[in-house]
Write a protein that binds this ligand. Structure first.
Ligand code: CA
Length: 232
């Protein structure tokens, strides 16, 4: 019985490896998703029109085209589509290229199916933009107007830039945020100093969250790209 954990949503798996693709499709269908499987870029483009998926799980190494190109095209056509790229662990630079091309997230092979499903669920239930000044996400509360933040009942003693960083990262929870975007939004477009200041602020923010009882790895570092506020 699927019960309370039943998932819903339309997912397209783009994967040419028969074993990996077959397992993924079975796992996703078992979890309640409406799922299609494309084994080439050409087939993927067809399914996109037909299925109108909410999420695409995209292997970068496709037989007929570079997955990065497909990623870029999908992002241009469908700005709201959730794009999760699957790549070999040895090709971290590909993951960064994919994020640059518009992917929301990436997973590396080999991955545990359960872990992947949890990530997809998190993406699919990602809250739409908050309409109030208060952001609530798990144990975290951020009141933008009052410029205060709490983990459970514990108020976090954050410096102004740390609070702003937390706001930007937490409101994009589960997705990678580029360093440049953080620099632009939290500092300003004309910032000409070292982006080292960003790392220092993130380190401090991470420590303050952990001191209040949060995961020490709440804010993940994506080397060469930026940061991601991790969902539970
Ligand atoms: Ca492949």
């Amino acid at each position: 019985m699927a019960g309370a954990d039943a998932s819903s949503g339309r997912v397209l798996v783009v994967e040419d490896d028969a074993a990996i693709g077959g397992d993924l499709v079975a796992a996703l269908a078992g979890a309640g998703y409406e799922v299609r499987w494309a084994q080439s870029g050409y087939a993927a483009r067809g399914h996109i029109a037909e299925l109108a998926p909410e999420l695409v799980l995209l292997d970068l190494g496709l037989p007929d085209e570079d997955g990065i190109d497909l990623c870029q095209d999908l992002r241009e056509q469908l700005p709201d589509l959730l794009l999760v790229v699957v790549t070999a662990r040895s090709d971290e630079s590909d993951a960064v290229r994919a994020l640059d091309a518009g992917a929301d997230d990436f997973v590396t092979k080999p991955f545990r199916t359960e872990e992947l499903l949890a990530r997809l669920r998190a993406h699919l239930r990602r809250a739409p933009a908050q309409d109030s000044d208060t952001l609530r996400l798990g144990r975290l509360t951020v009141d933008s107007r009052a410029r205060r933040a709490w983990l459970d009942e514990t108020e976090l003693a954050l410096r102004p830039k740390e609070l702003e960083l937390l706001e930007v990262l937490a409101s994009a929870a589960g997705t990678a945020v580029r360093r440049e975007q953080l620099m632009d939004q939290v500092w300003d477009e004309n910032w000409s100093g070292s982006t080292k200041t960003l790392d220092v602020h993130v380190a401090s923010l991470r420590r303050k969250l952990a001191d209040a009882g949060d995961r020490w790895d709440r804010i993940a570092t994506l080397r060469g790209f930026g940061y991601r506020y991790e969902l539970d």
